[in-house]
Design a protein around this ligand. Structure first.
Ligand code: ADE
Length: 247
C-alpha cells in the first residue's frame, strides 16, 4: 500500500512515519509513503500558497491552484506507476482524503476499508482550511480524527496512516498482531500481564496460570465486557444489541 501525503510540512510526516514499526514496514516494502510539498506546485513567484478569505472574519486560506496542481501531479504519478507495474491504469478512482474536523469520524471499520486500497492520497489543510472549489473537484472522502480542532492535518494524517498500516499484511509480526483484538470484535481488550508473577503484592490472575485455554478465553471475554461497560458504555450497548440472542 502506498500513502501519498500532501502537505506544507513534509519533514513532519517523514520524521513521524520513519521510526518504529512503520519505519520497519517501509524498509521491508510492505508499505510505501511519500510526503509531497504543496508549495512546490504554486505558480506564485513568491512561493505563496495562501491568501485572505472572502467575506467577514480574518483568516488565511490555502488557495485552489497549488492544491489542485499538486493533487493532479500525484494522481498522474500513480497512474504512470501502475501502468508500468501492471500495464493497466487504475480501475477505480484513487481515493483522495481531506483530513478535516468537518469529516466523518475515523474508526477501526474505516481503517479496515482504507487498508484495501492500493494507493491513498491524504490532503492536509492548514490555516483556516482550503478553498472550497478545489475540494469539490478532487476530494472523495472527508475524514476527521475526532471532535476537536488541531492546527493542521499532519497529525491526523499520521494517525490514519498508522491505524491503516498495521492492518496491511506483513506490517505487524505475530506478537504485535495480538493487539488487533481491541475493536476487532467491537470490545476493548481484556487486561494483560507479564513477569513477575507477583509485583508489589499484586498477583497475576490465577486463571492465566492454569493452562486451561477454554477457561482463559472465558475469563478474557468477561474482562473485556466488564472493561468496555465501565469505560465505553456506548460500545458495550452496541455489542449487547448485536449479540442479543432473543432477536
Ligand atoms: N485538522 C484539524 N483538526 C482536525 C481533526 N480533528 N481531524 C482531522 N483533521 C483536522
Amino acid at each position: 500500500m502506498f500513502f501519498h501525503v500532501l502537505t506544507l510540512f513534509p519533514e513532519m510526516i517523514m520524521d513521524g512515519l520513519g521510526t518504529s514499526i512503520l519505519g520497519r514496514a517501509m524498509q521491508k516494502g510492505c508499505i510505501q509513503a511519500e510526503a509531497v510539498n504543496i508549495r512546490d506546485y504554486t505558480t506564485n513567484k513568491h512561493q505563496k500558497v495562501d491568501d485572505y478569505t472572502y467575506g467577514p472574519g480574518a483568516g488565511m486560506l490555502m488557495q485552489a491552484q497549488p492544491v489542485y496542481d499538486c493533487v493532479q501531479a500525484v494522481l498522474a504519478n500513480i497512474k504512470q506507476r501502475r501502468m508500468e507495474q501492471a500495464g493497466d491504469a487504475p480501475q477505480k478512482r484513487v481515493r483522495v482524503v481531506y483530513v478535516t474536523p468537518q469529516g466523518a469520524v475515523f474508526d477501526q471499520k474505516m481503517a479496515q476499508e482504507f487498508a484495501k486500497e492500493e494507493d491513498l492520497v491524504l490532503l492536509c489543510g492548514h490555516y483556516e482550511g482550503i478553498d472550497e472549489r478545489v475540494l469539490e473537484e478532487v476530494v472523495t472522502d472527508y475524514v476527521s480524527i475526532g471532535d476537536y480542532v488541531l492546527t493542521g492535518g499532519e497529525l491526523p494524517a499520521m494517525v490514519m496512516v498508522d491505524a491503516i498500516s498495521r492492518l496491511v499484511p506483513g506490517v505487524l509480526n505475530n506478537d504485535e498482531s495480538a493487539v488487533t483484538d481491541s475493536f476487532g470484535n467491537g470490545l476493548l481488550e481484556h487486561p494483560q500481564y507479564s513477569r513477575p508473577q507477583v509485583w508489589r503484592d499484586k498477583e497475576v490472575p490465577p486463571v492465566l496460570l492454569s493452562g486451561n485455554h477454554k477457561l482463559i478465553e472465558k475469563w478474557q471475554l468477561e474482562e473485556s465486557l466488564k472493561r468496555t461497560k465501565e469505560r465505553r458504555p456506548d460500545l458495550y450497548e452496541r455489542w449487547k444489541e448485536e449479540h442479543d440472542s432473543s432477536k
